[in-house]
Design a protein. Sequence first.
Length: 283
Amino acid sequence: MIPPVPGRADPDWNEIWKLRQKRHDSVRIPDDPSHDWNRKENAERYDANSRREYDSRIRITLDGLDLTRESRVLDIGAGPGTLAIPLASRVREVCAVEPGSGMISLLRERAAREGITNITCVQKRWEDVDVDRDLAGPYDIVIASLSLTMEDIRAALAKMDAASQQYVCLYWFVDLPFWERMYADLWVPLHGTPYYAGPKADCLYNVLYQMGIYANVEMMPLSKEYRFGTIEEMMAFFSGRFGVKTPEQKSVLGTYLAARVRCEGNSIVISGDSTFAKIWWKK
């Protein structure tokens, strides 16, 4: 995140983001069911994990926002309402943008169960949202929390900036999060090809810099935990995630997980820590 040197051609950080995102997408397992957010069972698993392990992150995130009872908030990539639900009691209105039907269904069910009436949902990818037609902006605060998977990040950020009249707050990975370290560790042993990590906060900051947006950056801890009832359940989950098909691949995966799991009561747990950044600016 070094300012450009006069007289030297600067790289196009949006193109760097695109390249890293394309490479990252190229190593995804096409038939991995665990990231299909149209499936309600995946949304339910994500929601259960989020409530247990992200309580502190949610509190830190909400306490770090300049909210009032009159604030109108846009939450991009809202998932099952991880932030939108607790935000609703603090502000006048939340608009949740989320493409996954399973996620949206869970968010609406939870809001109805808790008597929350000030959340509206837009079931679309952010890339497909028309700011003027689909949204009732501008919003006081625009949030995108760990949901920046857009290929053309510059266009996505420009839309976020256009939808805000006060603040834009982004939360994105600084280093490899725990689950991505697992991919990096296992990809060559399982598939014999390189693993390509997705673009991180340094790239995001530089895209903003080249857009003329000089953002503030704050570092925050991020923990991730997977919890299962049995070893078999854990193996089935990660086999789908990492594309394990053969007995040899299953042996590699089993050895890798065995060195990292722990037992907590009746649960099998695997977890790790990393860092993410709050990158924000005031209009």
